[in-house]
Design a protein around this ligand. Structure first.
Ligand SMILES: [Zn+2]
Length: 714
């Protein structure tokens, strides 16, 4: 059994897999302790075959339907909170368990049949979920309870409000004919959304170059499997993001970068452009029928921004505020391009900024990112991270043997309170790449925390799924600094899930407004840039006395913000395009998504090639629609919250600040107003100043450009 003692010298273990299964304890020993604190600690019961998975779905739907029948058939004179609102919430929570398992299996199972079964299971359940909003009998029962004007408080009151709001947003307050129309539009929209995703998955964009055309691109890359063809031909896939990035970062030829860029930003153009136009039309129709001015307004209602105008005003002000920084950085890149091409008037196009930024980093900061990997061996980073989070949040992480392993290198941890040793929840780590596993990583909620009907608390279960480089022979897995940063970020989400104390699943963990959800994790990324934090664990795996030199950490931090203006203007351009597409639009009038988004992108960011249509492969359009601004929104909150640690006695390692984060942000989740939680954590009103300072917007610019965000939008 491995123990993580906060900030004692780390047990130096070196290689992954140092612990053999025989040494690990099992979950049973923790379950008894959990039971004593009224907590149900159980691993998610993962299905092992495709048949079992389909059976689970059928079962979940049947159980759900019978629970719905029970709610709908009760005597309306005797309805109670439990028999209506809570019963509906419980059945949603139950059915989401199998959906959550299916989501994880679809992305991680090594068995293609399992993955296919999981995909179809998810679709079935999604369809069933839409139907759930249109159960007239259930709606009547809920309304009957609401009409008694019950005296509810706190989380219960929030649950009733949210439930009524769901029905209203589904169109249940409208006349039957209109309601039916909305239901149809929604199911058509979800069909198109699925098509959008599958078109994107199917879109491949090979571009063939000669070696001369790829001058500047590392030899390692050119000799990678699949790249080198024959007779001086090299195939680069514009749709494979790491290949795209290497060539855009390194290729000296502007023509090469442009060709690859055009291929990348034309992905799924033919198939997805007409589809997006249709989706926008449907979204607009739904929003207008429901009485909103736009889809962006419909979406914003349940987010911190509350209205599209607030989101738009926020982005507009940031775009203006960062103008001087953006221009100054562009001038620097422009000078480099002018010297490079001999053309004093050379302009920085959208396919140039990555290349000249790479050059800038090399010249100005002389950073060797590859050499940094030696300081981030996998096990050391993991131990260090658990130790830091253990200390900050008062937790212990004990590795146990997973009862079911879908991959050999899967790990499972019990997260407990450090002082009482009482288990809180479980954490799976599936961190190495393998055939069939998703390329995109992230945090998955498998079991949401909630109060069960017998009064016990369901312990949450989360998983972090990533693809870090595997060990190579005698060499352990060595993470890049960016890999380590992602690990901190995703573990932040997992802790948000595990530490929840919400009574209802829909308010638990990361089920908070989407323009807030990234904030705590974006804040945790600061840890990995801080010397004091890094010194607790980052050391050369070949000689652990060697820490990262102070001047290197400084250079890393300087480079981090060297193109903040360009980085953020690009983010704001995506946000502005997304808001414009989902903004007010005359009903029935056709959309031209390419024209709308290209124009905004060019105006806000850099000159583009008119042949392209980046929007056709813009993943944010589906699921995060009218919500891309949320990244920038959450950034401001993250920077504001970070100040509490920055001012604390022990900086990012401060236990008091960590405990506050746990108590005021992670534990309540969405069970109370998120603004209140943030203010309780800060001990003051929110401020956008720390974010502006971080991205280099001076206070005097701020006064002009950014007055009053807090009054307007918070
Ligand atoms: Zn995230």
């Amino acid at each position: 059994m491995k123990r993580f003692t906060p900030l004692l010298p780390l047990l130096v273990t070196g290689l992954a897999c140092e612990l053999s299964a025989a040494q690990l304890t099992t979950i049973e020993s923790f379950q008894a302790t959990a039971a004593r604190t009224n907590r149900v600690l159980g691993v998610a019961d993962f299905e092992r075959t495709a048949d079992a998975l389909l059976e689970s779905i059928t079962d979940a739907i049947a159980k759900g339907n019978s629970a719905l029948d029970q709610i709908g058939s009760q005597n309306l004179d005797h309805v109670t909170f439990e028999s209506t609102v809570v019963a509906l919430e419980n059945l949603r929570a139950e059915s989401s368990l199998v959906a959550n398992r299916a989501a994880l299996i679809a992305e991680t199972s090594p068995d293609s049949l399992m993955r296919a079964a999981a995909e179809s299971a998810r679709k079935k359940l999604a369809e069933w979920n839409v139907g759930l909003d249109y159960r007239e009998d259930v709606f009547k029962a809920i309304k009957a309870f609401a009409s008694k004007q019950p005296k509810l408080s706190g989380e219960d009151a929030r649950l009733l409000t949210a439930t009524l709001r769901d029905f209203r947003r589904a169109g249940m307050e409208l006349a039957p004919l209109e309601r039916e129309q909305i239901k149809q539009l929604r199911s058509e929209l979800s069909r198109l959304a699925a098509k959008f995703e599958s078109n994107l998955l199917a879109a491949k964009a090979p571009v063939v170059f000669t070696k001369a055309q790829l001058d500047g691109v590392p030899e390692d890359f050119l000799s990678s499997p699949g790249i080198k063809m024959d007779n001086d031909r090299y195939q680069v896939m514009a749709d494979v993001i790491w290949q795209f990035n290497v060539v855009e970062d390194c290729a000296r030829s502007g023509a090469t970068r442009q060709r690859l860029y055009v291929a990348h930003d034309s992905l799924a153009k033919a198939t997805n452009v007409p589809l997006i136009n249709q989706m926008l039309m449907l979204r607009n129709q739904i929003a207008l029928k429901l009485g909103y001015k736009s889809w962006a307004d419909y979406q914003a209602e349940v987010r911190m921004a509350k209205t599209a105008t607030n989101a738009q005003a926020y982005i507009d002000k940031l775009v203006a505020g960062i103008q001087p920084e953006f221009e100054a950085e562009l001038r620097e890149l422009q000078k480099m391009k002018a010297a490079d091409t001999g053309n004093p008037n050379a302009q920085i196009n959208i396919w140039d900024w990555r290349y000249y930024t790479t050059q800038l980093n090399k010249q100005k900061f002389a950073l060797d990112k590859e050499a940094l990997r030696n300081f981030f061996s996998f096990q050391q980073t993991l131990d260090g991270m658990f130790s830091i989070f253990g200390r900050a949040f008062g937790l212990r992480f004990n590795e146990i043997e997973p009862p079911h392993k879908w991959a050999d290198d899967l790990r499972l941890y019990v997260v407990s309170n450090a002082d009482t040793r009482a288990p809180i929840g479980l954490l799976y780590l599936d961190l190495f790449p393998r055939e069939g596993k998703t390329g995109r990583g992230g945090e998955f909620e498998i079991v949401n925390g909630r109060r069960l009907s017998d009064g016990k608390y369901q312990a949450p279960v989360a998983a972090v799924v990533l693809n870090v480089p595997p060990p190579n022979g005698d060499r352990p897995s060595l993470l890049s600094h960016a890999d380590a940063e992602v690990l901190f970020h995703e573990l932040g989400h997992a802790l948000h899930c595990v530490l929840t104390r919400a009574n209802y699943s829909r308010f638990a963990g990361t089920d908070v407004p989407v323009d807030f959800v990234e904030a705590p994790s974006q804040m945790l990324q600061n840890w990995i840039w801080d010397k004091r934090v890094l010194d607790t664990f980052a050391a050369d795996y070949r000689d652990r006395t060697k820490k990262i030199p102070a001047d290197i950490i400084k250079k890393m931090n300087d480079a981090r913000f060297a193109i903040a203006g360009i980085f953020y203007r690009r983010q704001f351009a995506f946000a502005a395009a997304d808001l414009a597409l989902h903004g007010q639009h005359p009903p029935g009038e056709p959309y031209d998504c390419t024209a709308i988004s290209n124009q905004i992108f060019e105006r806000t960011f850099l000159p583009i090639d008119p042949e392209t249509s980046f929007i056709s492969s813009f993943l944010g359009l589906n699921g995060y629609d009218a919500g891309y601004y949320g990244y920038a929104w959450a950034d401001a909150i993250a920077a504001d919250m970070a100040t509490i640690f920055e001012k604390a006695k022990d900086g990012y390692l401060d236990e008091q600040a960590g405990t506050k984060l746990r108590r005021e942000i992670y534990e309540p989740g969405d069970s109370r107003d998120i603004n209140l939680s943030i203010e309780k954590f800060l001990g003051r009103k929110q401020s956008i100043q720390p974010f502006l300072k971080k991205i280099g917007i001076e206070p005097q610019d701020t006064k002009k450009a950014l007055t009053g965000r807090s009054q307007e939008t918070r």
